[in-house]
Write a protein that binds this ligand. Structure first.
Ligand code: 5RP
Length: 218
């Protein structure tokens, strides 16, 4: 798949997801190049009462530039819908996110939403999840946390998250995502990890050469 084709498929998935938005919704906006196609598709619908929260500074800036109303995620307790991209989507619905280091905020927003919709081009659909799994770690005690995790390295060149966390990647075995997610969550110093369980995602929208496919999960 060429870069241009991949961008076309990301845009197609994003446009399909934008059709699920209704005016007046409280909407969570994810982060990444697929979401970058979503924002103009939302703006083009001309809503006047949409209330958005953003999972990254980049998304917040792009959304505001397009005239969308973005609020800090302190003024809303729940969202009607959240839409976000993904790095890997497995057949059983487990998803890896955090390629952009925004997975902690993205998981908070997904969990707060009545419906969480994942959008992707077909290259994100995998037979089985593989490393790396992105992590956000507390800076305090970082060497001890890395030692406890094993197979983990701080992501080279990645800035701290907007909340001050250190972005790292776990490169070990990912064959049992539920067990790994539990272990990562139980490790002191791990703020959050990029494994999203099937129960968190309502629908996956994937676009490829055969068009747009929608798959309901939770
Ligand atoms: C950011 C994410 C992104 O949603 C994920 O990395 C997919 O990005 P892209 O749409 O650029 O492929 O989880 O933390």
């Amino acid at each position: 798949m060429s870069t241009t084709e991949a961008e076309d498929y990301k845009r197609a998935a994003a446009i399909a997801a934008a059709e699920e938005i209704e005016d007046g919704m409280r909407l969570g906006l994810g982060t990444g190049s697929t979401v970058a196609h979503l924002l103009p598709a939302i703006a083009a619908r001309g809503f006047t009462r949409l209330r958005c929260v953003a999972t990254s500074v980049a998304t917040e800036r792009q959304a505001a530039d397009l005239g969308l109303t973005v609020e800090p995620f302190t003024s809303l307790t729940a969202l009607d819908l959240a839409i976000d991209g993904a790095d890997q989507i497995a057949p059983d619905g487990w998803i890896v996110k955090g390629g952009g280091g925004a997975h902690t905020r993205e998981k908070i927003v997904a969990a707060a939403a009545q419906r969480f919709v994942v959008i992707a081009d077909g290259t994100k659909v995998v037979d089985a999840l593989a490393a790396p799994v992105p992590l956000e770690l507390l800076a305090y005690g970082l060497p001890a946390t890395l030692a406890a995790l094993g197979d983990t390295a701080v992501r080279e060149g990645a800035p701290p998250s907007p909340d001050g966390g250190v972005i790292a990647d776990y490169a070990g075995d990912v064959s049992d995502p539920a067990a790994l997610a539990a272990r990562l969550s139980d490790t002191p110093g791990v703020i959050d990890h990029g494994l999203f369980p099937p129960s968190l995602t309502s629908e996956v929208i994937v676009a490829g050469p055969d068009g747009v496919t929608r798959r309901a999960l939770a």
